[in-house]
Structure formats: C-alpha cells, structure tokens
Design a protein around this ligand. Structure first.
Ligand SMILES: Cc1ncc(COP(=O)(O)OP(=O)(O)O)c(N)n1
Ligand SMILES: Cc1nc(C(=O)O)sc1CCOP(=O)(O)O
Ligand SMILES: [Mg+2]
Length: 552
C-alpha cells in the first residue's frame, strides 16, 4: 500500500567549512582491457591486472543513493552487488530510510550541502570510474550532483531513476521528474527505468506490452542519455523477464527467465550497480547490461527460497558466489574459446561399426589432441545416455577437457557436464542458461547472421557454424560454404567453431579464411569413422597447428 512518508530534515550539528578542491581528472575514453590472445590451449582464464605508477588500480563505482535499513536495496544493495562483481564501491548517502520487507516506514533526507560535501570528498580523491545513482530525493540533490559531475568528470554515469519503491512508497519529490528529464539524463550513459518510472517520465504513458516498452525507450532516449534500458519485470502475463535496450540506433529485446520468488527487493538497484561495475571494468555497454542481467537471474535463482521478514517482498543474497552452489561459478571462467581448436563430436553408430566403446573413442580423441568433446547421440535411450555421459566425464576430467552434451539439457544436468550444444530447433539458449546457470558452456548452431546475433543475445558462449562442406553425417544439412562461414564470423560477437564435412584434407582451407574469432573445427566422421581415432586426431591437430602458426 502506498504511503505518504515523512521527510525529516537532517540536522548538521557543527557545519565545517568546505575545503576547496580543484578538478583533478579529465574524461577518460571507454576502455576495454583486452584479454591476451593465448596460444596455449589451457582452460584457465587469465585475469588482467591494470596497474598504475602508484600500484594496482581497482575498478571503482561511486553510488549516490539512499540507505535501506533492511539491507536489500539502496546503498546496501549497491555495495554488495559491486563487491560481488569484483569492483570497489564508495557511497554518497542521499537519505536514510526506515524500511523492511513490509514497506518503507520513514525517509530522512540528508541536506543537499552535505551531499555535496560527500561527493566532493570521494570524487576529488578516489579515482572513481563510474557514478551510479539511485534515490535522489529532491530536485536540489539532482542539481548538486550535476554540478559535482561537471567539476569531477567520470568515465560513465548510470542513472536508475528511483521514484517509487516496489512496495509503492514515494521516494522522490514530483519535481525530480524535470531534474531527470532536463538535466541528469543528458549526462547519462544509460538510464534504467522500470515500467512505472518510464510511464511517469513520459507523462503517464500506458506500458502494457513489449511494443509499448520499445516506444518508451525511444522517447526516453530523446531526453539525452546515450542508452536506455526499460525493465519489464512488472509486465503482467509474461513468463519471461523481457527488458528493452535502446542505444539510439538499434532496439534489443533482452530475454531471461522469470524467477518465481517473493525475494525481489532491490533488483533495480542491483541491476544498475552491476551495469556500473561492468563499465568500471572497461566492458562495452550492451555486454555490461547482459552480464548484469545474468548475475541478477542467478542471484534470484539462488535466493528464491530464502525466508526473511513477514512482508510481501524479501531481499535476496548478492553474495551467493561466496557459497557452494551451481550458481557460484564465476561466469565464463570455465570457458576458454581456445578449447574450440579441435572439437570432437561423437557418434556411437560409427564407434559400433569399428567395434569400440564410446569411452575408448573419447580417450583416443583426447590423446590425439582433441580440445573439447561433444556427445551427440540421437538414438540412445535416456538412461544409457546418462551412464555413457558419466563414464565419458571420468575420461575427460583428468585431462581437463570439457565435455558437452548435444541437445539434452536433462542429460547434461544429470551428469554435471561442462555444457550443452543446441541447434535452432532445440531448447533456446537463454532457457538453457537459466537451467544450467552462468558457469556452464553453451554453444548454438548458426547458419545465418541473425541466428548468430540471437545466440549472443541469449547468453551463449560460442557458435557452431556450418555445414561448411557437404556432409553424410547429418541428413539434409544445408551447406553454407566458406563464404557463408566468413560472413557469419565477421558478424559474430562470439567465438566460432566451423563444422560439416571437415577433415585432414580441407581443415587448412577453413582456418585460412583468416577470421580472428574462428577458433577451430568440429568434426565427426574425420575422427570416429576411422579405425585409428588417436592417429587421425593427431594428424588433424598438426594441420590445424600449422595453419595457426602461419596466420598468428
Ligand atoms: C559444434 C556443433 N555445431 C553444430 C552442431 C549441430 O547442432 P544442431 O543444429 O542442433 O544439429 P544436431 O547436431 O543436434 O543434429 C553441433 N552438434 N555441434
Ligand atoms: C552435427 C553437424 N552439424 C552440422 C551443421 O551444419 O550444423 S554438420 C554436422 C555433421 C558433421 O559431421 P562430419 O564432421 O562427419 O561432416
Ligand atoms: Mg541439436
């Protein structure tokens, strides 16, 4: 139930004179610390460590927001979210609120002069990369913030236009609307309104469908921010969590699974803070938004059964990664694109023909130099598939070779495989991601640029691209040729593995198309329809290494 909150003045007992500060930083260009291109095929990810002459530089987000006594939202959520993303977080407190799982019982605004003083203290001294805003209770606070940002520019500004809490309580004066629209948004790299906030910003526009959200994103973009994310968490009747991202040119529908839980207090603050944290690390905007959504989805999954408080909305656990759970794996840590180099896809029919068990065939492929294994079984019954997959996991693990399961997410879960490969008629990658969590590898088969774009949006780790040449292994497969492969590699933001009719005789032609993100070849018959799997793998690997050394 909405309530009118009492705004109590915050008394400064002994005002100290402001020390005078001078601006010390110029705007830095958005930077991405590139991962070193590794020639080794190790599965361990290397973390870059930026250093300055003074020592190690920590990515740093400053949150300008209100305190939530319940600890689920506001400053408390922001600090926990940034910490979970591995980023330092300082804080300027704009108001102290009394709240819990029932709602907001009181708001105690901090005087504007003291907000200015906090801003000056942090921004003048502490190398802030990104400022993220939450509750800005008055127009005066917005003006103070804009002035401070002009004096102390930062790399990026993330504005979460918090106006009403999820319990329905007002957290900012109506006059802040004009402050957002006319002043703060112009300085923002991204603004992240939910449906109610987007509607308020647009004079009460009705937002009932994804198409309305797209219109709203475009209209809000006209107020001046570089990017807009309209969050559809409150969209009624939707089984998915759909957000609309607009960068001024392209509209993106970002879909995730809707986690059924009451523990959603602080989701908006957390999402904006995670975006800010990813930007502070140097990641590009859309990638930052996607990483933030993936983190939030995992945190909600992990926390869905937590019981705290008697009200309708509980907090969730930002620090789930510190605990033991399928969601606690650092996203992408397990996946190294170099593992796609020699990708062996099994076929038990071929193994039967040559009279060997699957585990022997997998072991031989690995000994010959395969860098990743996919179990592709179209006929096997579920129980036999799980048993085979468990046995193959035991073969792969000592060699640190990832094992993926083709098509069957249930089998992958049952044997705790390293990931899943899905095609265009299989389960969609964003659903697979929701089921497997962020730490597993997901590959998607793509024959078009549009499919490659969707795979990336859906949170896949790589794409399989083919058939490069005609194949007898997959019935009625469409051949895209080397030209088709090149076109998709050029468009794909994900690493690519080529597949279809590839073997010792033509693998060089594939790798020589010279695309940086083409990481290797996937083969079935070139290994498994042969008597000596290990010998064939060794020969194919040496062809690949020869091309790799000549192009890099
Ligand atoms: C690495 C890799 N790329 C493509 C495929 C094909 O997957 P899909 O289109 O789903 O077809 P099936 O393999 O399921 O018949 C793949 N398996 N692996
Ligand atoms: C499983 C599969 N997927 C393909 C695709 O084009 O997506 S081609 C293919 C079969 C690849 O087998 P071989 O190496 O024996 O040609
Ligand atoms: Mg498939």
């Amino acid at each position: 139930m909405a309530s009118t909150l009492f705004f109590q003045p915050f008394v400064l007992s002994s005002p100290t004179p402001l020390v005078s500060f001078s601006p010390i930083r110029a705007i830095l260009p958005g930077c991405l610390s590139p991962r070193r291109r590794s020639v080794s095929l190790s599965t361990t990810a290397m973390a870059d460590k930026p250093t300055s002459a003074m020592g190690t530089k920590l990515p740093h987000v400053l949150t300008v927001a209100g305190s939530d006594s319940g600890g689920g939202a506001g400053i408390q959520a922001d600090i926990k979210a940034c910490g979970a993303m591995g980023v330092y977080c300082s804080s300027v407190i704009t108001a102290v609120t009394a709240q819990n799982t029932v709602g907001v019982q009181g708001v105690h605004p901090v005087p504007e002069k003291f907000i200015e003083k906090q801003l000056e203290s942090v921004l003048s001294d502490m190398d802030v990369d990104v400022v993220k805003t939450g509750m800005l209770p008055s127009l005066g606070v917005i003006k103070v913030l804009c002035e401070s940002l002009k004096r102390f520019p930062v790399k990026a500004l993330v504005v979460d236009p918090v106006m009403v809490s999820t319990s329905g309580d007002t957290l900012s004066a109506p006059s802040t609307l004009s402050g957002y629209r006319d002043e703060l948004f112009r300085m923002a790299d991204i603004v992240t309104p939910n449906l109610k906030e987007a509607s308020a910003l647009l004079g009460g526009m009705q937002l009932q469908a994804v198409s309305d959200m797209s219109l709203a994103a475009k209209s809000i973009h006209k107020f001046g921010p570089k990017n807009v994310l309209v969050k559809g968490g409150d969209l009624s009747g939707s089984t998915e969590a759909v957000d609309i991202f607009f960068d001024g040119e392209t509209l993106y529908e970002l879909r995730g699974s809707r986690v059924q839980t009451r523990n959603t207090h602080g989701t908006g603050c957390t999402l904006a803070s995670c975006i800010a944290a990813e930007l502070a690390k140097g990641h590009p905007m859309l990638q930052a938004v996607k990483a933030a959504k993936a983190f939030l989805e995992s945190a909600l999954h992990y926390s869905k059964d937590i019981a705290m408080g008697s009200g309708p909305q509980g907090p969730f656990d930002h620090l789930f990664r510190l605990k033991s759970s399928p969601y606690n794996v650092e996203p992408r840590l397990k996946f190294n694109p170099d593992d796609l180099f020699l990708y062996a896809v099994t076929d038990s029919g071929m193994n039967r023909k040559w009279g060997r068990p699957m585990t022997d065939a997998v072991e031989a492929a690995i000994k010959g130099g395969a860098t990743i294994i996919q179990l592709r079984e179209k006929e096997m019954k579920t129980q036999e598939f799980i048993q085979t997959a468990k046995a193959c996991m035991e073969v792969c693990q000592p060699h640190k070779i990832p094992l993926l399961i083709n098509d069957r997410v249930d089998v992958a879960l049952a044997c705790n495989a390293d990931g899943v490969h899905v095609g265009q008629s299989d389960m969609q990658a964003h659903t697979v991601r929701a089921l497997l969590g962020p730490g597993k590898i997901i590959g998607v088969s793509c024959k078009t640029v549009a499919q490659a774009e969707k795979a990336w949006m859906d949170g896949a780790d790589y794409i399989g691209c083919g058939g490069v040449f005609p194949t007898n292994t997959k019935k009625d497969n469409i051949t895209i040729g080397l030209e088709g492969l090149k076109e998709i590699c050029l468009a794909s933001k994900l690493p690519v593995v080529a597949i279809g009719g590839i073997g010792i005789g033509n693998a060089n032609l594939v790798m020589e198309i010279g695309m940086k993100n083409l990481k290797g070849v996937a083969v079935v018959s070139a290994l498994f329809d042969k008597e000596n799997v290990e010998g064939e793998a060794r020969k194919l690997r040496s062809v690949l290494e020869r091309v790799f050394c000549s192009v890099s």
